[in-house]
Design a protein around this ligand. Structure first.
Ligand code: NI
Length: 170
């Protein structure tokens, strides 16, 4: 397994709808392994394949719940098949927009279906942080970033600040 380069806002691949995986193969599993290495190295709780420059519908999450419990999932061709009406707000960040965080409103509960790294059907009924992370990563597969979920006014303000801080070096 290996680290892959995380693509940063401005990279075209982040804005392209990712292509479904036709067969879950060793190559897919290698990609997933590399994505976990890359995510852990960067200290994230979720990552989508386009973020490492691969326009395929693959995502991973490793979301802490409470105490020692964690939700670790790798999903191929994930689809949100149900979303609850109740929403909540929480702070989100993204490894592709380092240093930028903002409050995003999303449904509290979602059901996601997809394939496991073995190609078996998986159905996840998620709530809270796991539901949020899954929605954030599925968005990536459609070329959507969390800043797109903000008002245009707030988005533009944040992006101006973010670009300025990037120009400042670091
Ligand atoms: Ni992200």
């Amino acid at each position: 397994m290996a680290l892959r380069e995380i693509r940063i806002l401005g990279a075209r691949v982040l804005r392209e709808p990712a292509v479904p995986v036709e067969d879950v193969t060793d190559e897919t599993r290698r990609l997933i392994g590399d994505m976990f290495d890359t995510m852990y190295d960067a200290g994230g709780i979720g990552l989508a394949a386009p973020q490492v420059g691969v326009s395929r519908r693959v995502l991973i999450v490793d979301v802490p719940e409470e105490e020692e419990k964690r939700h670790v999932h790798a999903l191929v061709n994930p689809v949100i098949v149900e979303a609850g009406r109740t929403t909540d707000k929480a702070t989100e960040g993204c490894l592709s927009i380092p240093g930028l965080e903002e409050t995003v409103t999303r449904p509290v509960r979602v059901t996601v279906e997809g394939l496991s790294p073995d190609g078996e059907p998986v159905r996840i009924e998620a709530e809270g942080l796991l539901a949020r992370a899954l929605q954030h990563e599925v968005d990536h597969l459609d070329g959507i970033l969390f800043i797109d979920r903000l008002s245009p006014l707030k988005r533009n303000m944040l992006l101006r600040k973010w670009r300025k801080s990037r120009r400042g070096g670091k």
